[in-house]
Write a protein that binds this ligand. Structure first.
Ligand code: AHR
Length: 680
């Protein structure tokens, strides 16, 4: 080994090639802990216009005329329009009445601006629907148009259809419209053509017909596909801070998010005003993307659902007074919400909530196994609030695994207080959050190596590398995430789930960066961090293989030249993940130990993720600028004896007996490589 190293090192110097790092030993003889199917997943929160204006494919803003400051927010009314409040949906009572304008040359109607405009693609079809009636009878002809208000053409509309409202009773009318042109910022116009008639409109909606899985109340296809392509094992929803609310009245209330969409009451989105320097006065939650849709999406993309519910504490960042929270003695309705949610997901169709699930289209259970109680809570009030939930859920549903939290910090007082508390309460998993800078990610490769193996498991529930002074997506941050994730993988016996956060951001509507997937009204792109998540998920493997450098875990520790590594076995394949965080190329020997007699290892594929655009990322215009490259790699694994012989030496008996195999690989500067080997 030494002889070949010397020869290679001399050759490398002559050729000006990379420096050598110490060999990495991979023991394929004794596979370690199984990697949980839930290991890599996704975290969804309605932040950055992730739901309405994002994943949820509804194109009309304020479709139910319920925005509280202005019932016509998002709309421009013309002629004679009146907002009324005795509509057919008791939890969304407002609607509009359109009157004859009172002059033969005037017109009545409404324009909707959508979310940063309405994105339409030429040739694609869109389903316009509206609940309507003619309260005094007659026939109201409505002209429905897609318009370009900035058009220099003779006419503004590029698509036009008609519907006729002819019932005195509230009835849903719909028409499918084909977009005559592509427009990222179109306006929807409803134009009352008839004279001498009054018409009422409620729940005005416009969806692409081509949604994810074709669902009517569906999701934007490209965005849902970007989730499916991550093969997520776990799907956490609906947040984040949104679970808690700025106050309890605005916490995410799952019961308001199920049942007919027309009657799901509007909620204020806490991200509307969280950052006054990025203020979005029109950010509300229609709940059109609700718990039923989350469970369904989870099932369709093959992940375990992990809902997080309020524990009765409003966001502690935003509330100093204990009065903001529910006293422990008054938690019963919150606990009931948790029990009812389990019934909604898993209960028989004879139960109240199971019946609603069936009515919504899913008689079979969603097979919920995990439930989180509380988000970023801290202090003694959290365990005090959590305990009664645990007792009630455990008594009724011992099969459900409960996720508690270690608070908002990756370490420190709050963290140090809560972990022992979670152990005392026997939480099944503990949610850890870390939005941390470069240095933190570089220093945490061995974070979980010494965690207590007997207590709760870890859910790295929100994390992302946030560079100081560079708080935006870029490749180098994703590289450090990849490096850190070797430590998650190596410790798969204790780390059972990990989800990057946040997931989505609209380029015109974000409050928080970096994020995993970005989009405008027509296009989306997957960031470098998305690719890192995808690679870990795709090459998740079945069991961890002990992977060491001079006996220590390869975690970027001193003397390891900025290298991080972990390996897994997957049936007859071995995946070795190596991250070079240094600016220099490196040659490193991958040394496979523990092979059985006659067993060999053969290089199959290398996936390389690198770029010299360290501080850049993909964009709407260049969505594939930074992406992994897949290909074969050279290097025949040799036994120690073969290597000694090739170097002109004489192998020892032990070397002749050894079944170890070694292959040298060259790491580019700043690269994340996955080496795939066939074990034969
Ligand atoms: O992911 C954004 C926010 O970060 C989450 O809502 C919250 O849990 C954390 O503080």
């Amino acid at each position: 080994m030494k002889a070949i190293r010397l020869i290679s090192a001399a050759a490398a110097l002559l050729l000006g090639a990379s420096a050598f790092a110490a060999p990495i030993d991979i023991n394929v003889g004794k596979p370690g802990a199984p990697i949980q199917p839930t290991m890599y997943g996704i975290f969804f929160e309605d932040i950055n216009f992730a739901a309405d204006g994002g994943l949820y494919a509804e194109l009309v803003k304020n479709r139910s005329f319920e925005f509280p400051q202005d019932r016509l927010q998002g709309w421009k009314a013309f002629g004679r329009v009146e907002v009324r409040d005795d509509g057919p949906f008791d939890r969304n009572p407002h609607y509009v009445r359109l009157y004859e304008p009172g002059h033969p040359h005037k017109w009545t109607g409404l324009d909707n601006e959508g979310f940063f405009g309405i994105g339409l693609k030429e040739g694609e079809t869109y389903r316009f629907s509206v609940w309507a009636r003619v309260p005094q009878g007659g026939r109201a002809v409505l002209r429905i148009e897609f318009i370009n208000t900035a058009s220099m053409g003779e006419r503004q509309y590029f698509t036009q259809e008609h519907i006729t409202v002819d019932s005195r009773d509230w009835t849903q009318y719909e028409v499918v419209m084909k977009a005559g042109q592509t427009d990222p910022k179109a306006t929807l116009r409803i134009f009352l053509e008839s004279r001498d008639v009054t018409v009422d409109l409620e729940h005005v909606s416009l969806f692409p017909t081509d949604t994810w899985m074709g669902h009517r109340n569906g999701m934007r296809k490209d965005l849902a596909q970007a989730l499916a392509d991550l093969h997520p094992g776990i799907f956490r929803f609906p947040g984040g801070c949104i679970v808690e609310g700025a106050d309890l009245a605005t916490r995410y209330n799952w019961k308001n998010s199920v049942g007919p969409v027309e009657n799901r009451p509007l909620n204020e989105n806490r991200w509307e005003y969280t950052f006054p320097y990025r203020f979005f006065p029109d950010y509300f939650q229609s709940y059109g993307l609700g718990f039923y849709e989350f469970f369904l999406l989870s099932e369709e993309i093959g992940s375990e659902p992990l809902p997080i519910l309020s524990c009765g504490l409003a966001c502690q960042f935003q509330n100093d007074s204990q009065d903001a929270h529910v006293p422990v003695a008054e938690l019963a309705p919150y606990i009931q919400d948790a029990l009812d949610l389990i019934e909604f997901a898993n209960g028989s169709t004879d139960t109240k909530w199971g019946a609603l699930r069936a009515e919504m289209g899913h008689p079979s259970p969603f097979n919920l196994k995990y439930l989180g109680i509380g988000n970023e809570q801290w202090g003694p009030e959290y365990p005090e609030h959590l305990e009664p939930f645990l007792k009630a859920i455990r008594a009724a549903h011992p099969e459900i695994k409960i996720v508690g939290t270690s608070g908002p910090d990756s370490e420190g007082d709050k963290f140090d207080y809560l972990w022992p508390e979670m152990r005392r309460l026997n939480a099944d998993l503990v949610d850890e959050h870390f939005y941390r800078p470069y240095e933190w990610f570089l220093s945490q490769g061995a974070r979980y190596d010494n965690y207590d193996r007997k207590g709760p498991k870890v859910f790295a529930g929100e994390y992302a590398c946030h560079a100081r002074g560079r708080k935006l997506n870029h490749f180098y941050a994703s590289l450090l995430e990849a490096a850190f994730m070797t430590g998650l993988e190596r410790n798969a016996d204790i780390v059972h789930m990990a989800t990057y956060a946040p997931l989505f951001a609209h380029v015109e509507g974000w409050q928080w960066r970096p994020d995993l997937i970005w989009y405008d009204n027509l296009n989306s792109f997957r960031t470098a961090s998305w690719h890192v998540q995808e690679l870990y998920s795709e090459f998740k493997g079945e069991r961890v293989l002990r992977t060491t450098m001079a006996g220590a875990s390869v975690s970027g520790a001193e003397g390891q030249d900025g290298i991080f590594a972990s390996s897994v076995i997957d049936g007859g394949k071995v995946y070795v993940k190596v991250v070079n965080t240094a600016a220099e190329p490196r040659t490193v020997a991958l040394n496979f130990t523990g092979l059985k007699k006659g067993q060999g290892i053969a290089p199959a594929e290398r996936i390389r993720f690198t770029t010299n655009r360290l501080y850049e990322d993909n964009t709407i215009e260049t969505p594939a600028l930074i992406a992994p490259v897949r290909g074969a790699f050279s290097g025949q694994p040799a036994t120690e004896a073969e290597r000694v012989l090739a170097a002109g030496g004489k192998p020892t008996r032990a070397q002749l007996r050894s079944t170890d195999r070694c292959v040298e690989v060259n790491l580019a500067p700043y690269c994340f490589d996955i080496y795939v080997f066939d074990l034969k």
